[in-house]
Design a protein around this ligand. Sequence first.
Ligand code: C2E
Ligand code: MG
Ligand code: MG
Length: 569
Amino acid sequence: MAFRERGDDDLSQDEVFRRYRTLIDHLPLVVYLDELDSISSNIFTSRQIEPILGFSVEEWATDSELFSRLLHPEDRERVLAAHVHTHETHEPLSLEYRLIARDGRVVWLRDEGVVVFDEHQSPVYLQGYLLDITREREAEQQLRQLALYDPLTGLANRAFFHERLRHAIKLRHDEGHATGLLYLDLDDFKGINDRWGHDLGDEVLHEIGRRIERSMRPGDTAARLGGDEFAIVLTEPVTPDDAVGVAERLLAEIGKPLDSGSGPLYATASIGIAFGSDDETLLREADIAMYRAKGHPEVGYAFFDSQLDRVALERSQRIVELREGIARGEFRLDYQAVVDLEHNRIQGYEALVRWEHPTAGELPPGEFIPLAEETGLIVGLGEWVLTEACTEAVRLCQLHGRPIHMSVNVSARQLHHSDFLRHVTRALDSSALMPSLLTLELTESTLLSSNERVARTLERIKALGVVLALDDFGTGYASLSYLRQFPIDVVKIDRSFTANADSKDGDLVLLKGIIDLGHALELNLVAEGIETPEQHTIVRKLGCQQAQGFYFGRPTHPAQRDLDCIPRV
Ligand code: C2E
Ligand code: MG
Ligand code: MG
């Protein structure tokens, strides 16, 4: 009966089965024949079904209700409805569903069936195959878990959270409501990590994740945004009082003692609350409010307040612009000549970065370098500066027809980055600049924060032939120990010592002291901030080898200047 449409009319059902048994028994799937009755009673099922579900083919053949009994409760209605549809319309059946195996396992099956007709075009039965897709489904589930959830806490990850937040905002917005967001940050989590170790730190985060989940209202979504930062989007319409209720519950749960293995450990958190209808703005405002909450540990939470948080909001806006500006290439380098005082000619240039801000106009480094340092964006920006400056140096060497040095400012964050040495070698390689023509300017505060690894990096950079300079000498901690501790070749004397050298005797004495010391240590000295012919004369007479300042030229693009036009004494 099974294969009658192939023209084997004279074959008995047994003969058909015998012929095709081998094939059917070796297919990596289950072949079946079902009645077109209301419960799809089974006529035949191939043996592969046994290891999959733990029921013998005999059980399938004798127990006409087995199939519908094994259907997963969540799938039962859908699957039976699909069968009814196929029975009525004779359209193919194509489904994925779960059956519960004899030992309780959940088995995912793909079921593809077609209605077979006899020679009179009457439907006779349903013929199809079942494929065990449990492994694929589990792998998919795992991938989904990895892509959407934070592995440590099981909460939504940042990407998934953004999706949920946008969805919640849209729902609330359509109903004319704002969405509430809580931004939660553990207080001094670094202290827990430092004191108890990272493994315990991870356990704390895991437990905090559970407590957050426990404190939420049904329907709200919590996420771990990274580190010790969490966010909760309040999906149901809420008043500020409701939000406070959630915040207080969270703080109370988190504040309960944690088990450290050797006595109780207490964690506290700060929560920022914001309402709005734009996901980025909401997150930013709740984050800002959270920082204000840190200042009021007795309360533990704070609402975003556009008046109180104006400065913080502007700063956070600038960070966004900075990130975009770097991606869009809104930065430019100006170059200020460094003059060789003995030969009265340009010895090199210092590269100084400027931001061509789309609305605020040109911004000096003082307005964005500190922010870039705090956020770590300086690493990418600094690498661009290095490459650009080295490339320009090669062009300037050709323009001047002699070796021209290039000085590049380096911040602490860059120096500490594990890729810094690579950034330097890459810039040198891509530009083909001789390493001895590159000077890296470091400040005293940069060196103050250095450690053994940084010291090794500096040694290796030095070994390439690159020159190291101590910038703004005298403004920082002015510890002479740096000069011996690090392989410094050049000291740039800060403008504060040269600015008044031509007017006050006291400053002159200090300047002379620094220069004499530099000579004793066999360092190259650069006087910064020379603005007048008098200052020029003084630093030259005191024995500075080089100088830099508005008197010789403002930072600009060298193509715009007359290359060797330096004021003479
Ligand atoms: P700096 O390295 O000490 O650079 C010298 C600064 O003094 C420059 O300011 C320059 O325009 C200014 N200057 C030069 N001659 C005179 C003068 O005769 N009188 C006066 N009043 N000022 C003079 P700028 O360009 O605003 O840069 C400020 C600082 O920003 C730099 O100080 C440097 O620390 C930092 N910076 C600049 N570019 C970069 C960069 O690419 N990376 C990093 N990390 N920092 C940079
Ligand atoms: Mg400098
Ligand atoms: Mg300086």
